[in-house]
Design a protein around this ligand. Structure first.
Ligand code: GLU
Length: 481
């Protein structure tokens, strides 16, 4: 069966990581059956509408490679794909319910509704509007809410993740279908949309489970066949038992993108938050996910959000893509170099990239990890004197070691990785120092950075002149002291 799935975000600004996962699973289900993935913008909540949010959603999907088959900018036979543009469709469907006696215009003023609510709260009873149904209901027109006329009963249904479920009559109510402003509620609109768009799998967060009683009643009132229901468990905050929220430090997908997280890694990480294929595999390309994903293996228990895991996966993806096509990955790194790199050519930067890529967690690390390739580092004597391996050395010994290094380096004709490696090993024997001490000192002297790639590689890329100049600068600094 060709699945028709949809991602139906509300353009309210921030795209939470959990929302993004709600796009990935429907995409995978559509693609693995050769079906259709729809993007529908649920913009009926005018109060929460944020300008530009739809563009952010579209950009995020495209960045992740989750292109939609139908929806904004793509068209399709079931449009429009913005709910605010589908008003007539909702009104037409609402009229079917009015005609069958299953919807009524509610003239009750909102203050009175608030009073009813208060009353039932006081009595410690669940507030059910059907207990306050107005006696007289006028003909419906915009300006007055249209409500469903519930006929509560028991419903059994199946959820692809949660299994066989039951909803009792106590959860069904006279929900608002169309608000006074003429726009539909989510509760009503999504049913009309899913039905008219031919959606086969309704996939969304588990927070919609408690409303299923109302939805099942609506499907029945319209005589609609039920789609498959797929409720996705929450992503849990890093600690505790609550749902991941903004406050738990989870950035939006776009923020991670700006930090240099690769879309391949983000897709991989999110798809595996709450799903696995039963093997030890941890890296999946989009194609592999399409092949292997199955709803049956989505875990009911919420998956815990682990940002370190995201960075680990990203590091793995950087390696994988470098090995596949180093130049192509380098091209993708261009926005992430330090400002001082601007005047350097691609050949030089590509060489740096080639020796450092396997230490990067994000492409954004380039900004902090490569500056000494582009500007002379400030000589920081404290970094040498407080270094664990070096602090046993006297000032005299430090200078002597650097002198010997300079002399050795000056004698190298061909400044290559191999020759440098040989020279460094000779120095080790000649000075009778431990690698940690000798190489640690040289490394610090040329970079004054906490990390650098293999010493011979770093020196080779930096070049003979720059390397010697930096070693000399350290001696000068000590002399001045
Ligand atoms: N607009 C709803 C939301 O953003 C979508 C729920 C659904 O996918 O049906 O939560």
């Amino acid at each position: 069966m060709k699945a028709v799935t949809r991602f139906a975000p509300s353009p309210t600004g921030y795209i939470h990581i959990g929302n993004v996962r709600s796009a990935i699973y429907p995409y995978l289900v559509a693609k693995q059956t050769g079906g259709t993935f729809i993007l529908r913008i649920e913009d009926t909540d005018q109060a929460r509408y944020v300008e530009g949010a739809t563009d952010l959603i579209k950009d995020t999907l495209l960045w992740l490679g989750l292109d939609w088959d139908e929806g904004p900018d793509r068209g399709g036979d079931h449009g429009p794909y913005y709910q605010t543009q589908r008003k007539e469709i909702y009104h037409e469907w609402a009229k079917k319910l009015i005609a069958s006696g299953r919807a009524y215009a509610d003239p009750t003023p909102s203050e009175t509704v608030a009073k009813y609510r208060e009353e039932s709260n006081k009595a410690k009873k669940a507030f059910l509007y059907r207990n306050y149904r107005p006696k007289e209901t006028p003909e419906w027109k915009v300006g007055m809410p249209l409500r469903f006329k519930s006929e509560p009963k028991d419903y059994d249904y199946h959820d692809e993740v949660y299994g066989d479920l039951h909803m009792g009559p106590e959860t069904q109510d006279d929900i608002i279908l169309i608000k006074a402003d003429g726009l539909p509620t989510y509760n009503f609109a999504h049913i009309v949309d899913d039905a008219t768009m031919g959606v086969t799998h309704v996939m969304r967060g588990q927070e919609y489970l408690p409303s299923m009683g109302n939805y099942l009643e609506l499907y029945e009132a319209f005589g609609l066949e039920r789609p498959k229901f797929v409720h996705l468990p929450h992503i849990l905050a890093p600690t505790g038992n609550k749902k991941l929220g903004k406050r738990d430090g989870a950035k939006s997908a776009n923020d991670y993108r700006l930090d240099g997280v690769l879309p391949e890694a983000m897709l991989n990480f999110l798809a595996c938050l709450g799903w696995n294929d039963g093997t030890e595999q941890e890296l999946y390309s989009k194609e592999e996910l399409i092949e292997k994903f199955s709803l049956a293996r989505v875990q009911r228990a919420g998956a815990r959000y682990d940002e370190q895991k995201l960075y680990w996966i990203n590091g793995q993806w950087i390696r994988r893509l470098f090995e596949e096509d180093a130049r192509a990955l380098y091209e993708r790194s261009k926005d992430f170099w330090p400002a001082s790199a601007t005047n350097y050519d691609d050949e030089y930067k590509f060489k740096i990239f080639s020796i450092i890529y396997d230490r990067l967690k994000t492409l954004g690390d380039l900004k902090t990890m490569t500056t000494y390739f582009f500007e002379d580092p400030k000589v920081d004597m404290d970094m040498i004197t407080t270094n664990k391996a070096l602090k046993k050395l006297s000032e005299h010994e430090v200078c002597e070691l650097i002198h010997k290094t300079i002399t050795k380096f000056q004698s190298i004709n061909e400044w290559s990785t191999q020759k440098l490696q040989a020279a460094l090993n000779e120095l080790l024997t000649e000075t009778e120092q431990k690698p940690m001490v000798l190489f640690g000192l040289i490394r610090l002297s040329i970079s004054f950075a906490p990390f650098s790639p293999a010493l011979h590689d770093t020196l080779a890329v930096l070049g003979k002149n720059a390397s010697l100049a930096r070693l000399n600068a350290v001696i000068t600094a000590f002399a001045r002291d």
